[in-house]
Design a protein around this ligand. Sequence first.
Ligand code: COA
Ligand code: ZN
Length: 311
Amino acid sequence: MSHQFPPHVVLCDVSPRDGLQNECKPISTTDKISLVQDLIDAGMPRIEVTSFVSPKAIPQMADAQEVMQGLTRRSGAELVVLVPNQKGAERALACQPDELNLVMSVTESHSKANLRMTPQESFERLQEVVVTTRDRVRLNVSLSCSFGCPFEGDVPAEQVLHWVRAFSELGVTGVSLCDTTGMAFPSQVRELVGRVQKLSQKSRITLHFHNSRGLGLTNVFEGLRAGVTHYDACTGGIGGCPYAPGASGNACMEDIVHAMHCEGIETGIDLDRLLKVSKDLGNLLEHPLSGQVVYAGPRSKTYALDQAKSQ
Ligand code: COA
Ligand code: ZN
C-alpha cells in the first residue's frame, strides 16, 4: 500500500443529482429510487440523492420528496440533498436527510445564471438556512466555480477563501470546492487545497471535479496527495450544470474507485456491483457513458489466449 495517499477515502455519488439534472430525457421516480438503492447496495458511503430547488429551474428534480421517501435506508450510507434557500431546506428537512448541501457560486455571473442572485444575496439566504437548521442537521456548503468560471475565466483563490471563511464563521466546516465546468488543473488543486487547509484546520474539504477537459481523475489524485479524503463523482461520468455553458460529465465514479483500489486505498465500495450499476444506468439513459473501466473491465480481468485477435 502506498503511504503517499490517505488509506481510506469517503466517496459521494452525485449521479442522482448532478448527473440526472443534466439529462434531457425525463427519468421516472421509480428509476431514480432504483439507482440510489443500487448505489447503496454497492456500498457507496454517501449519495447526493436529489436537490430541493425550484422545479421551474430544474424540472428533473421536481420529485425530490418522492425520491427521498421511496428509499429503504441502510446504516453506512449517508443521504445528502442539495438546497439553495430556506424553502428548499424546509422541504428537505421534512424528508430527514443526513446532510444538507448548501449551494452557492463564488462568481457573480454564474451565480446570477444558476441561482438568479449575486453571491452576497445567495450567502445571506444561506445564512438564514444555517441559523435555522444547524441544530437539526449536518451542513456542508458547495462552492461552485471554485476553479474557474465559464463566464469570467480564472477565479482568484482569495475569492474562494472569502466564502470558506464566511461559512466557517457560521460554524459550517464542511466545504466542497466544485470545479463546475472542468477547469481545474493539478497545480491549482494543490494550491487551493493547501490554502483552505491552512485557513481552517477543522474544515472537511470535499473535491468535486468535472471531466470536461479530461483532468478529473488526475485532479482527484492531486487531492489525494494533499491528504483530501472526500470526493464527489458520478457513476458513468454523467452530469453537468444546466446553467454553465460547456459543463459536461463529472469525474467518473467507477474509474476513480478502480484507480484507488489499484493504489490500495479503501473505499468500502464493491467495484463489480458498481460496474453493474453503471451498465444499468447506460441502458436507462440510452446514450453511451464516458467511463472507461466499464468497457475495459478492471485490470484484474484476463482473457483466454484464444480470445486474442489481430486487429
Ligand atoms: N423549492 C421549490 N420551489 C422553490 C424553491 C425551492 N427551493 N425556491 C423557490 N421556489 C419557487 C417559489 O416558491 C416561487 O414559486 P411561485 O412562482 O409558484 O410563487 C418561485 O420558485 C420563484 O421563487 P424565487 O424565490 O423568486 O426564486 P427565483 O425564481 O429567483 O429562483 C432559485 C431562485 C435559487 C430558487 C432557483 O434559481 C433555483 O432553484 N436554482 C437551482 C439551480 C440548480 O439547481 N442548479 C444546479 C445545481 S448547482
Ligand atoms: Zn457538479
